[in-house]
Ligand binder design. Sequence first.
Ligand SMILES: Nc1ncnc2c1ncn2[C@@H]1O[C@H](COP(=O)(O)OP(=O)(O)OP(=O)(O)O)[C@@H](O)[C@H]1O
Length: 612
Amino acid sequence: MNSELWNLQKIHFGPVARPRLQIESLSIPTGVTAILGKSGAGKTSLLNLLVGFEKPQHGTLSQLHLEETQGLPLSWVPPDFGLWPHLTVQQHLQVVASENDTHVDELLQEFDLETVRDQKPETLSMGERARVAVARALASQSKIVVMDEPFAHVDPGRVDRYWQALRKHLVTKNASLIFSSHSPQVVMREAGQVLCLDQGKVIWQGDPQSLYSSPPSKSLALMMGPANWIENANSIAGISDPDAKPRCLRPEQVALEESETANFTIEESWFVGSHQETEVSLNGQQKTETFYHRPLTKPLPKGTKVAFRVVTSCILFISLLMLNGCRESSGDEPRLRVGKPDQFLLPAEGAMLPAARGMTFSPEEDLLILDNVGRVLRYDSAGKLVIKWWMPDYDIGRPEGVCVMQNGHIAIADTHYHRVVIFDNQCNVVRMFGESGHAEGQFIYSSAVTQDADGFLYVAEYGGNDRVQKFTAEGEFVLMFGAVGTEEGEFQRPSGLVWHDGVIYVADAINNRIQAFSPNGKFLRVVADANSTGLYYPYDIAIGPDGSLFVPEYGAGRISQISIEGEVIGRYGQEGRGEGQFWTPWGIAVSQSGKITVADTGNRRVVELQMK
Ligand SMILES: Nc1ncnc2c1ncn2[C@@H]1O[C@H](COP(=O)(O)OP(=O)(O)OP(=O)(O)O)[C@@H](O)[C@H]1O
């Protein structure tokens, strides 16, 4: 299947004076794409063009590979759901499904429509109509599903379950989804890429994590939820520094603390669930500003003097942060002892310059890299590309985790296909195990894989199933541990794991920590976290020659060497595009001879460092 679904060139749509859409050039790939934008930004207009419901005045819109599918090539859930008044719920599904399709009953059950199966649309609630429209789209088994805010009318308690069902059907049918949404959580969890619209123009395109952690502007930051946008000159601080960069700090990165010597005074504070909003004034001035931060452990009354602390390695107060920013290591932290960095690019794929994600070294120090187009690349110890091959499937998404097994086979966490794929030395698939689901042996977004000395494989996963499962080398389920959450032993996006000396270390990314477990799944300890070491989005983990842990910090743009006792041994890099800097580093590999290789994903390069 072609990896591009639509191609739009020089589109003008709507009145000349106030166009609904103006798109110079846009390519929409296969997989799951979310469209974000303020109300009136043009989301519905774009979806209407993609499904052919409306036509642009100027420009070309090519729909690719629709002719390759059987049955309905595309299904659409429009904003008004487009239900047929004369048909019952069940008939809506039956008329689009193929004959004798058993999916209809399954879909009615999954979307809680069994009790209303004989009702017609006029007697359904808005939430029920939405579910019928989504279930009908899935019943058609089309390869492309287009949805305009699909579950906007559905109660939040059940939305996640419906998304799970939707995701399962997409994976089973190898189908693509493009949907509009106002929910950052849904976009983060479901989408492989995001399109941001503003006044009919595409203002950003990329992966949701980058938009969340490093948005280039305040308006883009706000599309992914509450954000503290720190300008270089901030009125509340009364400080101006023309050279400082603006930056985004999410609520979980900021803590508010009582401080007699601070300049901020609480005017009002609201607990809103996962975070807190606090309106403060500076030095008794009239002007106030609202900050989003971690929930307070005890309420603080109006008039309390407070400071904001950035929850990373450096304890800087927000007024200082407004000057300089805070993700780089503070000056007194030990620096990783490495030589000058080297870097290389992955071979281009057509017009695309792919970026590396997961990586690992084999015992003979060959470097294996997974990239974001779906390839596996093997470089020998001299840095020569020996071979590259494709994953068995890569349209929906690309894999994230890789390890070399004791027998030389390569195990890959095939994230978006919810499975593990094992290749032999000749790059042939020898085994695949797992499928989408929550049961033992099933996965939702398998993200990382490692093997212990006894040959058992451990696979981490996220997407609501955040846990680790243990398998035999043949893929037989043994046990599992962890669940989604913030308590000890729980995870939020475990995105890297490694076995060393009888302990499994897990990079628990969103919880900003590394946790240790025994091979039977017993929680042992938090090795390091944001408070102890300033860890910020640890995205992968590798073992160094001395048994210490190496971690790329996706959110901080640096790598950290941490002892198994949790001490920072050394840090290297900061967020940026230049030498010695990283942008959303995703993966890391460390060889026994002391070579450190980093997937500097946001900069589309692989960085090599040699330990001194
Ligand atoms: N049929 C129409 N004729 C003329 N203008 C329209 C039409 N439909 C929408 N518009 C205008 O086009 C712009 C984009 O509207 P659109 O419905 O695509 O936005 P949206 O991003 O989907 O908004 P929302 O999140 O509120 O649904 C708006 O300014 C809207 O007023």
